[in-house]
Write a protein that binds this ligand. Structure first.
Ligand code: GAL
Length: 474
């Protein structure tokens, strides 16, 4: 008897301490999900962005970006860190891309740093920058990984910001030159393109609220930044289509389904206003529907930025739309909030788990937003170009048992599958992100990676979530 108890204790202790057994438990149970269910053409990938991973921010001829400048001012980044070194992907791209392959992903989304190509924003071209992206692209192709390139993931050349950045209409010319160069230099091998990353995020956080680079505030700045970004969205699409043979042209949107606090009609009205702002502001003009002014009248000010015929320049028939979803919003009516007249209910009050970003974990939300987007006639195809979570990742004997992240992926993927099984044209899923990285104004604290990065040594450690994907994608 004594012995049996002893053995039982020993084996449960071993189960607890033996990382392999503990990790094996991730796969046990009724894991209903498997890769085959998504179909053989479904694209599995990881997403990244230049400013968040590359480092070498002031080397090899790269110009300063607005994030290099913004982070040099005390207090702008919560931890006073900068993207200067980040994950040093600039030097480790070969081994990092080999990691993508090792995990079984066959698609890699990365962005091109505009100031690495044009240090002054336009004019003089930095050949080192072209060479670097050629190397990244060629490494992907050698390893059988398809590159997906984002043209603008928030790192505007500071030289352009000095002239007003997104609030200066000349950005249409600067952007056009940049897109032409990228299309012509890389378009022979890169077929999948995204014009902008989350235009609502960079215009609202950077030009309205001032909490992201370049730190500008106010509605006037915001409206001109929005209108110019919306014009660049369609312009970029057109340039890619005209210059890249067989291009698959998309763009990406941050989006979150909006729920009413309760069924009271005034909360439902707040939902409409939030939805117009959060989900429809950039999508609808691209579909030829104009800005959603009817449901959020303050957007009428956008028309003041119009020059002749602008209303006809906002649409472009993208081949795919990239949905980037992490959470949902629950809102209630509140007359004191300007224009939106609504307030988000704090996620921690909703009773579900929250991530390190204080975002509510709400897998159904991904299904709901995919469904909402798919109802637009003009959307041909949906790709989930970002989804993932930051959780505190503790090192445990050199391993990271990020069970919460594993569960997050299982639950969100189940919702993608649900949408797919209903016949919605959702054709790919990209994890945010491959590596822990520079999380903008939050610094390096929130860790979103499948792969843990020790930022002192640049060592990479596969988290359990990476191993879970490796098994899932086998
Ligand atoms: C997205 C953004 C990414 C990443 C992610 C996690 O909005 O495109 O660059 O930061 O959020 O917060």
């Amino acid at each position: 008897m004594q012995r049996r108890i002893w053995i039982k204790q020993l084996s449960s202790a071993a189960l607890y301490y033996n990382p392999i057994v503990k990790y094996a438990s991730l796969f046990s149970g009724d894991d209903a999900l498997n890769k085959k269910m998504f179909g053989k053409d479904f694209a599995w990938g990881v997403s990244t962005a230049a400013a968040q991973i590359e480092g070498a921010a002031t080397e090899y001829g790269k110009g300063k970006s607005i994030w290099d400048e913004f982070s040099s001012h005390k207090g702008k980044i919560k931890t006073d860190e900068s993207p200067e070194k980040a994950c040093d992907f600039y030097h480790s791209y070969k081994t990092d891309i080999a990691l993508i392959k090792q995990l079984g992903f066959t698609n890699f989304r990365f962005s091109i740093s505009w100031p690495r190509i044009f240090p002054d924003g336009y004019g003089y071209m930095n050949q080192n920058g072209i060479d670097f992206y050629n190397n990244v692209i060629d490494t992907c192709l050698e390893l059988g990984i398809t590159p997906w390139v984002t043209l603008y993931h928030w790192d505007l050349p500071q030289a352009l910001q000095n002239k007003g950045g997104w609030i200066n209409r000349e950005i249409l010319l600067w952007f056009s030159e940049y897109v032409h160069i990228c299309a012509n230099k890389f378009g022979d091998r890169v077929k999948n393109w995204m014009v902008l990353n989350e235009p609502l995020a960079f215009t609202s956080l950077g030009y309205l609220l001032g909490i992201h680079a370049p730190g500008m505030k106010g509605f006037k700045h915001f409206f001109s930044a929005v209108h110019h970004a919306a014009l660049c969205q369609s312009l970029g699409g057109q340039i890619l289509r005209n210059n890249v043979e067989d291009a698959n042209v998309g763009t990406t949107f941050s989006c979150a389904p909006i729920y009413a606090y309760n069924e009271n009609n005034k909360h439902n009205e707040a939902v409409k206003r939030y939805d117009a702002f959060v989900n429809r502001l950039f999508l609808e003009p691209s579909l030829g529907l104009g800005y959603p002014i009817h449901d959020l009248p303050v957007l009428k000010h956008l028309e003041k930025c119009y020059k002749s015929n602008d209303e006809n320049k906002l649409a472009f028939d993208f081949d795919f739309i990239g949905i980037q979803n992490y959470t949902r919003y629950v809102v209630r009516d509140n007359i004191f909030i300007p224009y939106l007249h609504g307030l988000q209910v704090p996620p921690k009050k909703l009773g579900n788990d929250t991530t390190d970003m204080k975002w509510e974990v709400y897998p159904d939300g991904l299904y709901k937003i995919v469904k909402q987007f798919s109802a637009y006639k003009g959307i041909k195809k949906i790709m989930i170009t970002e989804n993932g979570a930051a959780f505190h990742d503790g090192l445990d004997n050199g391993l990271i048992h990020d069970n919460q992240r594993v569960n997050y992926f299982k639950e969100y993927l189940a919702q993608v599958l649900k949408a797919k099984n209903e016949g919605i044209n959702v054709d790919g899923y990209f994890v945010w992100s491959l590596l822990d990285n520079f999380e903008w104004a939050e610094g390096y604290r929130p860790r979103f990676g499948l792969v843990y990065v020790d930022f002192n040594t640049q060592q990479r450690i596969l988290k359990d979530s990476a191993l879970w994907f490796k098994d899932f994608l086998k």
